[in-house]
Design a binder for this molecule. Structure first.
Ligand SMILES: Cc1cc2nc3c(=O)[nH]c(=O)nc-3n(C[C@H](O)[C@H](O)[C@H](O)COP(=O)(O)OP(=O)(O)OC[C@H]3O[C@@H](n4cnc5c(N)ncnc54)[C@H](O)[C@@H]3O)c2cc1C
Length: 500
C-alpha cells in the first residue's frame, strides 16, 4: 500500500499567519502525523502591524488550549469591546460598533425594530445605551462575563489588542514545544515538479533545498509561492477600497487604556489607535491618490496621545485577494492570500478561518481538486462579504469636505451591498446573509452609526404597544447601566488578572 498521507508540511513565513498555521498543525495533527518546518527570514522580518482582533480570536486560543491570561501577559495585551468611529458619518460625529448584541429580541422581533420605533419618535437618541459593550467601553470599564443569571454581565463579548511581534514569538514558543522546526534564512527560489507543476521544494540562500508534500505560503504581500511561482493572479478591489498605504508609529501609552480601538476618519483615510499595556499603536491608512506620505505622516503625528517610541514606518498595500488561494500543493494564508484594510480588524480572523476551513478539507497527496475548488470558493466568499461591510463605512457618509470622500460617497458599489442599503433605508432592517462574519447587530450598528437613516421602522414592531415598548426598553437600559457601573476599570482588571 502506498502511503498517501501528507508527511511533510513546509510553512513559508513566520509572521502572524505562519505561526498561527504552525501552532494549529502542531496542536491538531501533531508531529507523528506530519512534520512541520517553518522558514522565516530575520532580515526580511514581519509586517509588524495587525494588533486588533475580533471575538473569534478567543476561539482560536481555546482551540490551542492557551491560557488567556498567559497570552495577554506575553503579548502586552489589552481587551477590546468594539470600535469607536470618529468623524465617519460626518465630521464631529462619533459612534460605537460594539461586539455582542443590542438589548434583547422580543416576541420574535429584533431589538433594532423596537429601538428604531422609539428613536423615530425622538425618544431613544442613543443606541449605545442598549449595548453593555458600548456603555462599558465608553466608561473605560472591562470584565469577563460572570454567571449572573439573566443580567447583561452573563454575556460580555470581547476581543484583544496585542503586540504583533510578541504574538508571533508567543506562538513560536508554543509551536516549537510541540515539535515544529524553525529554519532561519532567505528563500531565493521555488522549484516546481516537471510532470505536474506541484511545488517540490524551496531553495535557501545557502543552496540547501527544503522539500515538502504541502506548502503553506505565509510569506506576506509578496506571495512567494502562490504568486511568484504559481501565478495565482489577483482580484483588485482598489476601486471600492481606494486606500493603499499606511504610516504606522507607536507612542507612549496614556494612563487610561481604553477597552476599544479608535478609528478617526481624516481627509483621505483614517487613523487607528490601539492601546496596549506598554505602548499605544497608531497608524494612518490613506489613499496615495489624494494624499502624500508627508501629509499623512503630519496628520498622524499631530494626533497622538504621547511621545513617539519609534520612527514612522510606511506600509504600502493592495486591497483584494489572489484569484485562487489554494493551487496544487500550496495554500496561501495571511497577506500572501489577500488583504482588506484593517478598519474592522478582520485580517487575523481571515487567517483563522483559512486555517480552520483548510483543516476540514485537509488533503492527502492526491490533492482532490473538488476540495481545492470548494476551499477557494468559500474563502473568496469570506473576502467578498467582509469587503462589502468595509465599503459601507466609506460609502454611507455625509462627508463632502474632500475629493476622497466625494469619490467614496459617489462610487458604484457591489450590488449585494446596494441591496442591503436599500433594505435598511426603507424599514431599518439589517440582516446577516448566510454564514457571513458580520451579524445583523454589526450591520445595524454601522448603518445607523453612519447616519444612513431609515425612512420608517419595521412595521412588525407594532406587535407590542408603544407603552409596553417604552417600559421594556427602559428596563433593559437600566440593567445595562447598572451592569456597566458594576464593572471595574479596564486597567484595574488587567492589573489584577494579566499584567505583563
Ligand atoms: C497597515 C496594516 C494594519 C493592519 N492591522 C490589522 C489589525 O488591526 N487587525 C488584523 O487582524 N490585521 C491587521 N492587519 C493584517 C495583519 O497585519 C496580517 O494579517 C498579519 O500580520 C499576518 O501577516 P503575515 O504573517 O501574512 O505576513 P508578514 O508578517 O509579512 O510575514 C511574512 C513572513 O514571510 C517571511 N518571508 C517573506 N519572504 C521570505 C523569503 N524570501 N525567505 C524567507 N522568509 C520570507 C518573512 O520573514 C515573514 O516572516 C494589518 C495590516 C496592515 C498592512
Amino acid at each position: 500500500m502506498t502511503d498517501n498521507r501528507i508527511r511533510k508540511i513546509v510553512i513559508v513565513g513566520g509572521g502572524t499567519a505562519g505561526w498561527m498555521a504552525a501552532a494549529t498543525f502542531a496542536r491538531i495533527l501533531g508531529p507523528e502525523y506530519a512534520g512541520v518546518t517553518l522558514i522565516e527570514s530575520d532580515e526580511i522580518g514581519i509586517v509588524g502591524v495587525g494588533e486588533a482582533t475580533i471575538p473569534q480570536m478567543a476561539t482560536f486560543n481555546r482551540m490551542l488550549g492557551v491560557d488567556e491570561n498567559a497570552f495577554m501577559r506575553a503579548t502586552q495585551g489589552s481587551f477590546k469591546l468594539g470600535i469607536q468611529f470618529v468623524n465617519w458619518g460626518r465630521q464631529g460625529h462619533t459612534y460605537f460598533h460594539p461586539f455582542g448584541k443590542y438589548g434583547v429580541d422580543m416576541q420574535g422581533v429584533s431589538f433594532h425594530a423596537y429601538f428604531l420605533r422609539l428613536h423615530q419618535l425622538g425618544e431613544a437618541p442613543d443606541l449605545d445605551e442598549w449595548s453593555l459593550q458600548a456603555k462599558a467601553g465608553q466608561q473605560g470599564k472591562f470584565m469577563r462575563a460572570i454567571d449572573a443569571g439573566r443580567s447583561p454581565l452573563s454575556d460580555i463579548a470581547y476581543a484583544f489588542h496585542f503586540d504583533a511581534g510578541l504574538y508571533a514569538r508567543f506562538l513560536r514558543g508554543y509551536s516549537e514545544e510541540r515539535g515544529v522546526i524553525r529554519r532561519e534564512g532567505r528563500i531565493v527560489d521555488v522549484k516546481l515538479r516537471g510532470e505536474d507543476g506541484f511545488v517540490q521544494s524551496v531553495v535557501m540562500e545557502d543552496g540547501t533545498e527544503v522539500e515538502g508534500d504541502l506548502f503553506v505560503d505565509c510569506s506576506g504581500f509578496r506571495g512567494l509561492i502562490i504568486e511568484q511561482a504559481l501565478k495565482a493572479g489577483f482580484t483588485d478591489w482598489s476601486h471600492w477600497l481606494p486606500c493603499d498605504r499606511a504610516i504606522a508609529v507607536p507612542c507612549e501609552s496614556v494612563e487610561e487604556w481604553t477597552p476599544y480601538t479608535r478609528s478617526t476618519a481624516h481627509k483621505a483615510g483614517w487613523q487607528w489607535r490601539i492601546p496596549l499595556q506598554h505602548r499605544t499603536g497608531n497608524g494612518h491608512v490613506f489613499c496615495s491618490q489624494y494624499m502624500s506620505d508627508d501629509e499623512a505622516t503630519g496628520i498622524l503625528l499631530a494626533n497622538l496621545d504621547g511621545k513617539l517610541l519609534a520612527d514612522p514606518r510606511t506600509v504600502p498595500f493592495r486591497t483584494g485577494h489572489r484569484n485562487k488561494l489554494w493551487i496544487k500543493n500550496c495554500v496561501a494564508m495571511g497577506l500572501a492570500g489577500g488583504f482588506i484594510e484593517p478598519l474592522e480588524s478582520t485580517a487575523i480572523w481571515l487567517i483563522q478561518s483559512g486555517i480552520s476551513r483548510f483543516l476540514t478539507m485537509f488533503p492527502d497527496k492526491h490533492f482532490n481538486q473538488a476540495d481545492v475548488d470548494r476551499y477557494n470558493r468559500i474563502m473568496t466568499t469570506d473576502y467578498e462579504e467582509i469587503r462589502d461591510f468595509i465599503i459601507l463605512h466609506y460609502h454611507a457618509t455625509e462627508r463632502d469636505d474632500s475629493p476622497f470622500w466625494d469619490y467614496c460617497r459617489n462610487m458604484e458599489i457591489p450590488e449585494r451591498l446596494a441591496e442591503k442599503m436599500r433594505v435598511f433605508r426603507s424599514h431599518g432592517r439589517a440582516f446577516r446573509e448566510n454564514e457571513e462574519l458580520f451579524n445583523d447587530t454589526s450591520w445595524f450598528a454601522v448603518m445607523h452609526g453612519q447616519l444612513m437613516g431609515a425612512r420608517s421602522f419595521d412595521p412588525v414592531a407594532e406587535v407590542m404597544s408603544l407603552d409596553e415598548t417604552r417600559s421594556r426598553l427602559a428596563h433593559i437600559r437600566e440593567a445595562i447601566a447598572n451592569s456597566a457601573d458594576y464593572m471595574p476599570k479596564h486597567r484595574d482588571y488587567i492589573r489584577e488578572n494579566c499584567a505583563a
